[in-house]
Ligand binder design. Sequence first.
Ligand SMILES: O=P(O)(O)OC[C@@]1(O)O[C@H](CO)[C@@H](O)[C@@H]1O
Ligand SMILES: [Mn+2]
Length: 450
Amino acid sequence: MADPPASLSGQDVGSFAYLTIKDRIPLILTKAIDTLHRHKSEFFQKHGEEGVEAEKKAISLLSKLRNELQTDKPIVPLVEKYVDTDIWNQYLEYQQSLLSESDGKPSWYRCPWLYVECYMYRRIHEAIIQSPPINDFDVFKESKDQNFFESQESVIALCTHLQELRRTIEDLDANQLKTQFFQLLQISLWGNKCDLSLSGGESSSQKTNVINSLEDLKPFILVNDMEHLWSLLSKCKKTREKVPIVRVDIVLDNSGFELITDLVLADFLLSSNLATEIHFHGKSIPWFVSDTMIHDFNWLIEQVKYYDHKWMSKCGVDWENYIKMGRWVYHDHMFWTLPHEFAAMSQVAPDLYAELQKACLILFKGDLNYRKLTGDRKWAFSVPFHKALSGFHPAPLCSLRTLKAEIQVGLQPGQGEQLTASEPSWLVTGKYGVVQFDGPLAPSLEVPGE
Ligand SMILES: O=P(O)(O)OC[C@@]1(O)O[C@H](CO)[C@@H](O)[C@@H]1O
Ligand SMILES: [Mn+2]
């Protein structure tokens, strides 16, 4: 099999990767430092002088990181013992092995963008765990919570919509159910626009009622495989006597409004009997500013449950019950916060790969997951999604992604080039999206070993 294309990297001056490393990541680091500053009195109240010293230490570590990045210093090994420290340092050695003598050391602009961006977030985590007693502080928690509070109107509308849907769901025929399914898939897709790492931490909450704008947004869905998802889940539903469990896994992305859209979709999948259990996969450390951790997941459900709105609090009560009954299960494997492309998962995290193989369908939310599914490489726009997955296929899978990086595959011949000509920023603003499926080929088309 031919070598895959080169990785996106900061070596391409002017590229989105280059601009992210040069401008956006230092801004995110500065905001993290500011957040620590603003919590100084809280740290003092909680921990006395020790808390203030810890804040100072974390800030100096983050400032050092920012300087390394802004002066393109060599990437340095992690030093604090943690569950994944050795894996990260082995990965750095692997990056070194890819460079020739003359290339020099792995550095911020020389290494793949995917690696250095993930590494940056892991270094933020190292700075915090090196600063006890504030070693469990989430520098992004405030902005994740703020995104939820600023999206209240849309959350109320969505929860009301879901409860109305649940009241009538028994009377819907297959076509009506499909229509509702497609609507909630699109709402989950567009919920992905609310991403703080794109906005550099600036607010990106959902201000308008997204349900009313689905028709207007439809032309911006470049790949729409929703029919595949419907036929897959309908088939699973029909074979329930033989296969009683229909499991859908959702690899989460951002907390706040996007997470609400994912929980609403997950509730519908159970209420419609299209699935019998939902498994969510979140991050185990603060990641890409807005990505969901267990404390965000639990906090959000608590907020919804105690919100002073009848239908919203009904959703929160239902969602808490799904978790208690084991119909919703939350996982946070450390693989999701490693730098590896997903094609490496079966080698690096065989337990996670085996877990995902239990699913009838895996939904991958967001842009970073898409970058890892396709290896963040310079594929031609018309390369088939299956090929770009480079053998990653634990189960039928679908990416729900708004485009925020210069990578897109599975387009029609000429479709990408046409967009580049008419709208040069189409790959990176989040304005366009895909619902892109990779499932079992029809048996006659399956070519062994391809
Ligand atoms: O995975 P998400 O939350 O959809 O988006 C994450 C992300 O798009 O934010 C940054 C914006 O440049 C990218 O580096 C990264 O891929
Ligand atoms: Mn994200």
